[in-house]
Design a protein around this ligand. Structure first.
Ligand code: FAD
Length: 280
């Protein structure tokens, strides 16, 4: 038995090599018995077919697959066409997002925020889908104020979300405080922390800059000091992220959602240290 539920996030591969890499990662991670796996969606069209193909392949293997869906730059008709295909294929779990417009695209689309997408899905599909939304323990980078961001999060849950997955973070206090704050606003759904394993310093800093996640100075300085020593980065990253997960599990989180970047090794190593998959 796993200590608590885990889930993994993948992105739709763009090349035949990428398809094989994801299959290999999936085979390894499936042994850890995740509750579900999710597949990201590129706003603006880049990977949208890829999301459907990947989700259907995963579902065929008997694993619960949750496609991400973003509304930015899209119309109600286009969203309905995607949701109809998911429903026709028996997919019942969705991660509903606003998304970000790819550079060069200016048309915002018919729905402005994730809360409007959640309300749209509920209005059109009733309870068919289990809807996840995104939460930001360190606040969304475009939010006007922390307070408004918390209220906007509460709004999208109240529009009909069943649970939430957070942006990744390395400061456990930020997550715990976020949960406390939104509980005061009446949010009672599970809020699963998003976990980003650390394997590559430059990539981590780039992602974190883009999505507004803080890499604490002591972690950044350590990682930087390892230079090209990838083994040292991996070993340090494994310790740091495992300790974060241990703390979160002790605090009673409802699950852990791993951003795998389509590679199994780091997420698997953390899960094994936490005691997952030992009896499988
Ligand atoms: P929203 O909840 O709509 O919030 C966006 C911003 O608008 C916030 O600043 C919020 O405070 C503000 N806001 C919300 N409602 C209102 C309102 N009524 N009035 C004024 N301001 C408001 N991106 C992808 O492109 N594809 C993916 O597959 C993907 N998966 C993700 C999965 C997770 C778990 C997370 C955490 C993020 C993911 N993202 C993905 C990134 C996400 O799309 C971006 O962070 C995006 O900028 C915001 O999406 P959202 O759904 O959180 O938006």
């Amino acid at each position: 038995m796993n200590p608590i539920e885990i889930s993994f996030e993948f992105f739709p591969p763009k090349t035949p090599e990428g398809v094989e890499k994801l299959r290999a990662a999936r085979t390894q991670l499936t042994r850890l018995k995740p509750k579900f796996v999710s597949v990201t969606f590129g706003a603006g069209g880049s990977t949208q077919e890829g999301t459907l193909d990947t989700v259907l392949e995963i579902a065929k293997d008997g694993l619960e697959a949750a496609p991400h869906l973003s509304c930015v730059g899209s119309s109600r008709d286009a969203l309905r066409a995607i949701l109809d295909r998911y429903r026709a294929n028996g997919i019942r779990h969705i991660v509903a997002l606003r998304g970000d417009l790819p550079s060069g695209m200016v048309e915002m689309g018919e729905l402005r925020y994730a809360s409007e997408l959640v309300a749209f899905i509920r209005a059109e599909y009733g309870d068919w889908f289990w809807i996840e939304v995104a939460g930001y323990p360190e606040y969304h980078p475009q939010s006007r104020s922390p307070r408004q961001d918390l209220e906007n999060f509460a709004r999208k849950v109240k529009a009909g979300a069943n649970s939430a997955i957070t942006q990744y973070f390395y400061n456990g206090d930020a997550y715990l405080r976020f949960v406390d704050e939104v509980r005061k606003l009446g949010v009672d759904v599970p809020i699963v922390p998003g976990i980003m394993p650390i394997t590559n310093y430059a990539q981590l800093m780039r992602f974190s800059e883009m999505c507004g996640a803080e890499v604490p100075r002591w972690i950044a300085r350590q990682l930087e000091s390892f230079g090209d020593d990838r083994e040292a980065i991996r070993a340090f990253g494994l310790d740091i992220v495992t300790q974060l997960c241990e703390r979160l599990v002790k605090e009673g989180v409802p699950g852990l959602h791993f951003y795998t970047l389509n590679a199994a090794t780091a997420s698997k190593a953390i899960c094994e240290r936490l005691g997952y998959g030992i009896d499988q």
